[in-house]
Write a protein that binds this ligand. Structure first.
Ligand code: AMP
Ligand code: ZN
Length: 471
């Protein structure tokens, strides 16, 4: 079955076809490590994890590269403001290197807790300064740069398709030029952007490197172009990130990459929509923001947040509230309980052969391969769990198959349950179920009492009976 993905470049659903047969090159813009990731950032990384899992389940191999922005990301996208890491270092009196190391570790702690498959390559901007300098040299040789006020700028007028991803309106750009020329006399066009700063915004910049244009540091956009091409080649399959990257960051990445190579750089652009809080887009600059750690402190499991995100399509905004997270938790726990229930009825992982089970599998694949339709796949999961016509092993096996996308650690439930219940208890439960079916209530009660004496409670639910260890 083909995988359909919505390409921001064409604004259409397209059948995904990698450049190299079944091998996919995937680049995602990684975190800026000056603070904890908020749960909005994590939503974007979760969407990328779902994309990767969908490609893997569809038979592709994926080479996933993610950068760590540890230098050059200013507080404003338009080259204004201060370096985010430097600002944090000044506030906390720690070194920028220390800040970057601490928040990179914190980021991957969240990444693992949310059961995201780690990228094949994680690359730090500060380890790839030479690749960035080489790329700027190439742009300089091609006549795409100019030096002004001590900085090296990319000239957007040196190419004829600037802004194609964002479909920027050139007329409104011209107005913007007039407005901004007064503010930044260094730029020939207000949309020009810095490739290399030699004149730091605040002379104490700790991270500086020698370059042909003087000692300084790279602009933010150049890092993704340099590192993605270094690891994935001059043209590759998919580039993704949050929707806010479209108008400036990804637009500038495309401009400089294609100006340098003269080739189409990326075939598919995918963008995740925002997580909103009560006041609008969740952002770090708002001061107080929600982290995964905070959700855990409030008693939630990281899988509750994963389940919550699965409930919204990645291209739709998703509104966060603790009430909706609690609803996701209830549903997620209900799934776990039903699976425990199946296991205590002796469910095993089997090969699926019945028409009904295969139909569920096909529907699930159709939904996820249709631009990652996760809300519909959750409905598939519930359909399976509630379907009386499927036997426990079929249900369990379908759940495990679905979990290759969901990543809700449903396979972990098996291990826990197998340890907890001895065969003797499971046999008693099976005999009790038979007794109930035969309406032999006295025997059913006796068996329940036996289980109770062994330390197990019997829980009866509409879909069957299960065991619970007494606390
Ligand atoms: P940063 O660490 O600031 O570079 O952001 C990491 C990723 O999170 C980027 O791809 C952003 O586009 C994305 N992002 C930022 N805010 C939100 C939000 N409220 N909801 C979803 N994604 C976001
Ligand atoms: Zn990037």
């Amino acid at each position: 079955m083909p995988v359909l993905l919505y390409n921001t470049m064409s604004r259409k659903l397209e059948v995904f076809q990698p450049i190299h047969d079944t091998e996919v090159g995937l680049y995602s813009c990684g975190p800026t490590v000056y603070n904890y990731a908020h749960i909005g950032n994590l939503r974007t990384f979760l969407f990328e994890d779902l994309l990767k899992r969908t490609l893997l389940l569809s038979g592709f191999s994926v080479n996933h590269v993610m950068n760590i922005t540890d230098v050059g990301h200013l507080t404003g996208d338009g080259d204004d403001g201060e370096d985010k890491l430097e600002r944090m270092a000044q506030k906390t009196h720690e070194s920028v290197w220390e800040i970057a190391r601490f928040y990179t570790e914190a980021f991957f702690k969240d990444y693992d807790a949310l059961n995201m498959i780690r990228p094949n390559v994680v690359c730090k901007a500060t380890d790839h300064i030479q690749q960035m300098i080489d790329l700027i040299k190439r742009l300089e040789a091609g006549g795409h740069t100019y030096v002004s006020g001590g900085n090296v700028y990319f000239s957007i007028d040196s190419i004829d398709d600037y802004g194609k991803l964002a479909r920027l309106n050139l007329d409104s750009l011209k107005t913007a030029v007039r407005e901004e020329v007064e503010e930044d006399g260094n730029k020939k066009n207000s949309k020009d952007f810095v490739l290399w700063f030699t004149k730091s915004k605040h002379g104490q910049q700790a991270m500086m490197w020698d370059s042909p244009w003087g000692r300084g540091f790279p602009g933010w956009h150049i890092e993704c172009s340099a590192m993605s091409m270094h690891y994935l080649g001059e043209s590759f399959d998919i580039h993704c990130g949050g929707i806010d990257a479209i108008p400036v960051h990804h637009t500038n990445e495309i401009a400089q990459s294609e100006a340098a190579t003269g080739k189409k750089w990326v075939n598919y652009w995918l963008h995740g929509e925002f997580l909103l809080d009560e006041t609008g887009k969740m952002s770090k600059s708002k001061g107080e923001f929600l982290t995964l750690g905070l959700l855990i402190d409030k008693g939630f499991d990281p899988m509750d947040y994963r389940y919550f995100c699965l409930g919204g399509h990645y291209r739709s905004q998703l509104k966060f509230s603790f009430e909706s997270l609690a609803t996701a938790r209830t549903a997620r726990k209900n799934v776990y309980e039903r699976i425990q229930n199946l296991l205590s009825q002796g469910a095993k992982q089997i090969e699926l052969t019945s028409t009904a089970a295969l139909a569920y599998k096909a529907a699930f694949l159709e939904h996820i391969q249709n631009d990652l339709g996760t809300p519909r796949t959750l409905a598939d999961l519930w359909g399976v769990l509630k379907d009386e016509a499927l036997d426990p092993s079929e249900k369990y096996s379908l759940c495990l198959f679905f979990d290759r996308i969901f990543g809700l650690r449903l396979d972990g439930i098996a291990a826990v349950r197998a340890e907890v219940f001895p065969q003797e208890a499971l046999d008693l439960l099976a005999r009790r179920t038979e007794a109930k079916q035969a309406r032999n209530w006295p025997l059913a009660d006796t068996l329940r009492a036996e289980l109770d004496a062994m330390g197990y409670l019997v829980k009866d639910t509409p879909s069957g009976s299960s065991l619970e260890k007494k606390m």
